[in-house]
Design a protein around this ligand. Structure first.
Ligand code: ADP
Ligand code: MG
Length: 482
């Protein structure tokens, strides 16, 4: 079987997509949009399930992403439509005031999904789940604006938005953050004094890294507090703060970033994302369950975040030492006192000790892999082929950890990782939260077609959904398209 061009997802040509979206917007809302804003999805080289533990993540912004055409309103209403065929249900209407009411009064506590029934009673018309990502983003921007006058949102602000994406939705490439971050730019442009003072593409320059970090934190609040997903900020950070040709090395202890150039490595090699088309849904509880296991281990070990168990420059022995400490704490014989045993039972809250240990091992080895990759990618002396071999090896080790310790892999991902490695990929792993999503492979450029062909074939032979392929080109962050 030949690799099928139809199975390749192209990022498209931004200005052409923008022009098409403007036309559709005018048809839908009866007026021209004020602009079109774009935010990319991401592929994470390493660092899954560790952002909320202060670990390092190594994401790249994709050329694929989400486009929002928008124009302001003065009646506090959001009127939203997505052109994604699976989610499009016509124009959805909701009000920021209603979101604010749900969040403050009977409120969703952090991490719990907001109850949408209240909005139904206040706002005429149907709303569906995806609109909460957008409404949550405006709600979170309004909170930022209370502290930062240049980002203040007037009470009566509203907007019409038309949304389209070149990303798989729910494919582990962060369409959710791309939606939040593109909507965020539209809202900043249309609602705030900063947007008024920096019309059009001037906004890109006005949004320095500090402001982008602030907006990323707000987008994360939208996803955690309004939508109720357990995201740790990695996705939003790279979407707003990535750089073309670079991997972002993000220290999730304080959200500082370094951008590591990839031109050496990518001269002869390329990253390929394989969308398994098994959508993962973070909201279905499994991701949260894995996170809860690791947090139980964290409490047992008496730290606020698992990264604090490792030194600044960790080595494998440091991971072993932390695991040994866990074993000591749960192995009754070696306990120093009963108090500690009681504390242990409380910390794990009835969760399986073995499962908590596996989550702990995933988090610690994943953090170690990130530090190792960071060292490889900053080592200017290293030959690109040697660096590529090392990166590939660490990718595959990361997959084993996702499969055996995080236990978030699934048969199609395991088959794809095995197959692509057999036909020339230097390494591959599941990326994203797991339970579906995408596999990221590092391939020699001259083997890319062969890898795509083999990946398509193994899915067909084993009865998995036909995958789709995205060429991963580390790309520029969220921006004004025009
Ligand atoms: P991922 O971020 O890996 O793609 P998530 O489950 O985190 O997967 O986010 C997917 C959800 O985000 C969708 O179910 C939908 O609610 C929302 N979403 C993402 N992109 C769009 C879009 N273009 N239009 C409407 N909703 C979207
Ligand atoms: Mg997501």
């Amino acid at each position: 079987m030949h690799s099928d061009d139809a199975a390749r997802l192209s990022p498209g040509e931004p200005h052409r997509i923008s022009a098409g979206l403007r036309t559709r917007f005018a048809e839908e809302f009866g007026r021209d949009p004020d602009g079109v804003w774009f935010a990319p999805g991401r592929a994470n080289l390493n660092g899954e399930h560790v952002d909320f533990h202060g670990g390092r993540c190594l994401p790249m912004a994709l050329a694929h992403g989400t486009y929002v055409a928008a124009a302001p309103r003065q009646d506090g209403l959001l009127r939203l439509r997505t052109l994604d065929p699976e989610l499009d249900d016509g124009v959805q209407t909701l009000s920021l005031a209603a979101v604010a009411a749900v969040m403050s009064d009977d409120g969703a506590e952090a991490g719990e999904p907001a109850t949408i029934t209240d909005v139904h009673t206040i706002v005429p018309g149907q709303i569906s789940g995806w609109t909460w990502y957008v409404a949550g983003t405006l709600w979170a921007l309004a909170r930022v604006g209370e502290e930062a006058p240049e980002l203040a949102v007037p009470e009566d602000f509203g907007a019409d938005l038309l949304i389209c994406s070149t990303l798989p939705i729910g494919g582990g490439l962060s369409s959710s953050a791309a939606l939040e971050c593109s909507a965020m730019l539209a809202f900043v442009a249309l609602a705030t004094p900063l947007g008024a003072a920096n019309r059009g593409t001037a906004l890109d320059a006005a949004l320095d890294d500090e402001l982008r970090a602030r907006l990323a934190a707000a987008c994360m609040r939208a996803e955690v507090e309004v939508v109720g997903a357990g995201t740790g900020g990695l996705d939003q950070t790279v979407s707003l703060r990535g750089r073309a040709g670079h991997v972002v090395s993000l220290d999730c202890r304080d959200f500082t970033v370094e951008r590591l150039p990839m031109d050496g490595l990518l001269a002869e090699h390329a990253f390929l994302a394989i969308d398994t088309r098994q959508a993962h849904w973070l909201g279905d509880g499994q991701f949260d369950d894995r996170r809860a296991d690791s947090e139980a281990a964290m409490r047992l070990l008496g730290v606020d975040r698992l990264r604090d168990l490792l030194p600044e420059h960790p080595e494998p022995g440091d991971v072993d030492a932390a695991l040994a400490r866990f074993d000591t704490l749960v192995g009754g014989d070696e306990l120093e006192g009963c108090d500690e045993l009681t504390g242990c039972a409380e910390a794990l809250e009835g969760r399986s000790t073995a499962a908590c240990r596996r989550r702990l091992r995933h988090a610690l080895t994943e953090m170690l892999r990130s530090e190792q990759l960071d060292r490889i990618l900053t080592d200017e002396e290293l030959e690109p082929t040697t660096a590529a071999a090392e990166v590939g090896r660490i990718l595959t080790a990361g997959h084993a950890s996702m499969r055996d310790d995080a236990e978030v892999s699934f048969p199609a991902a395991d088959a794809l990782v095995g197959t692509v490695s057999e036909v020339g990929a230097l390494g591959a792993r599941l990326i994203g939260g797991g339970f579906g999503g995408s596999v990221l492979a590092l391939v020699p450029r001259d083997r890319e077609d062969a890898v795509i062909g083999a990946a398509a074939r193994v899915c067909q032979e084993q009865g998995f959904t036909a995958p789709r392929f995205l060429h991963v080109e580390p790309s520029a962050p969220a921006r004004v398209v025009g």
